[in-house]
Design a protein around this ligand. Structure first.
Ligand SMILES: C[S@@+](CC[C@H](N)C(=O)[O-])C[C@H]1O[C@@H](n2cnc3c(N)ncnc32)[C@H](O)[C@@H]1O
Length: 383
């Protein structure tokens, strides 16, 4: 098919409308997995993002592409050149500029690199090809061995429902850091609540035998489905759920993770993605406690199971009042005196009763929490 053959309705300079992505469901999972692997092999990789945008973490790349190298070093390509688009990036960098920076790139250069995948990507609704240029409708980010999808930030353009699934922030890396990178027991079952674009399960392919990832936001699940399919992950089941509602019926879980949304009053305006109801955190812990107390056929947590929740306010009265059984370790990482003090709460109900509040000082070499932060102090000292 020639360039005209795969033209879509969007005009030059306009991002393709991705309200109705065709990438989830209709296409064979194997086709999407193979496409994802080819995109990675052709340059949608962390080394490419490091080179083009000077970032160490993929999630920082979209903002760095807009703002320039965070190191202050000159960017490999001047922003004037990029904004004058469409332009033809070097082949090894083309996908980083297309899917991460959101640049308009030359259609012939894209076709030289991608061949017929240009048509496949257009059919899936992931790019628009128009008037000799290609533009992405979504952001695709390499996360570990996976590709994660989220909505592209297009200045002045709003999605029809006024909300978009934004690129994850560092909180996802803090949570990821405390998730065991390998299965701690055979057949480990993991529930990720408020999964968003499923970044945490996508980043930890070796942790569990089966993963259920849930969110209340339908658009988040669309993006999660796309990322899971492009990453060829068949072990992640996605479902809509309000916090832990129904979780025990699918349990028991060895690991439950939750990167809690920032609470937002019902009357507040603005994007709702990443925001939750004002009582979201209290409700999560109440549900956890109630499901544990209720027991039942599935049960919420398997023997020895743990809940890991990243929150904006790990220390608060309502949480203390619940008086959860077992071990609670709260690891805060924001500098002392800063509020809110973000952190991770680890709850292991089967362990001997213990309450521990840990403060981790991060630095540029270790910018995110690691699992060692949850270990007893003597074990940390010995590592
Ligand atoms: C801070 S984001 C975390 C997203 C992703 N897990 C990450 O780490 O980037 C919070 C997520 O919680 C979801 N959420 C908000 N309220 C929820 C609820 N009541 N039940 C389930 N998910 C909810 C939001 O849609 C959003 O995806």
């Amino acid at each position: 098919m020639d360039e005209r053959g795969s033209q879509r309705a969007s005009g030059p300079g306009r991002a393709p409308a991705t309200d109705h992505l065709r990438a989830s469901g209709e296409h064979d999972a194997a086709v999407l997995a193979a496409l994802g692997a080819r995109l990675r092999a052709r340059g949608l990789s962390l080394p490419a993002l490091r080179h083009c945008f000077g970032v160490r973490c993929a999630i920082h790349a979209p903002a760095a592409a807009r703002a320039g190298h965070p190191s202050g070093e000159p960017a490999p390509v001047s922003s004037e050149r990029r904004r004058s688009g469409p332009w033809a990036p070097p082949p090894a960098a083309l996908l980083a500029y297309l899917f991460v920076a959101g640049d308009r790139v030359d259609a012939a250069a894209a076709r030289r690199l991608l061949g017929d995948d240009v048509d496949l990507l257009a059919d899936l609704g992931l790019i628009a090809v128009d008037a000799g240029e290609v533009q992405a409708g979504v952001t695709l980010l390499p996360i570990g061995s996976a590709l994660m999808a989220c909505d592209r930030r297009v200045p002045g353009q709003r999605r029809a429902d006024g909300d978009r699934v934004a690129c994850p922030d560092d909180s996802a890396y803090h949570l990821m850091g405390v998730v065991p990178p390998r299965a701690t027991r055979p057949g480990l079952r993991w529930l990720d609540v408020g999964t968003g674009a499923a970044i945490v399960p996508l980043a930890r392919p070796g942790t569990a035998a089966a993963i259920r990832a849930t969110d209340i936001h339908p658009r988040a699940l669309v993006m999660a489905r796309l990322g899971v399919a492009l990453s060829g992950r068949t072990d992640i089941e996605l479902a809509r759920a309000d916090l832990l509602a129904g979780a025990a019926e699918h349990g028991p879980w060895d690991l439950i993770t939750f990167n809690a949304p920032i609470p937002m009053p019902a009357e507040a305006r603005g994007p709702r993605y990443r925001r939750g109801a004002a009582d979201v955190l209290t409700r999560f812990w109440h549900q956890a406690r109630a499901s544990l107390d209720a027991g039942g056929p599935g049960g919420l947590l398997a023997p020895g199971g743990e809940v890991l929740a990243h929150t904006w306010q790990p220390v608060h009265d309502a949480f203390d009042a619940l008086d959860l059984p077992g071990e609670v370790v709260i690891t805060r990482y924001t500098p002392a005196g800063h509020t809110p003090a973000f952190g991770v709460t680890a709850w292991r109900p089967d362990r001997p009763r213990q309450r521990r509040l840990v403060h981790v000082v991060l630095d540029p070499e270790r910018p995110h929490l690691s699992r060692a932060a949850l270990a007893p102090p003597e074990a940390v000292a010995g590592t």
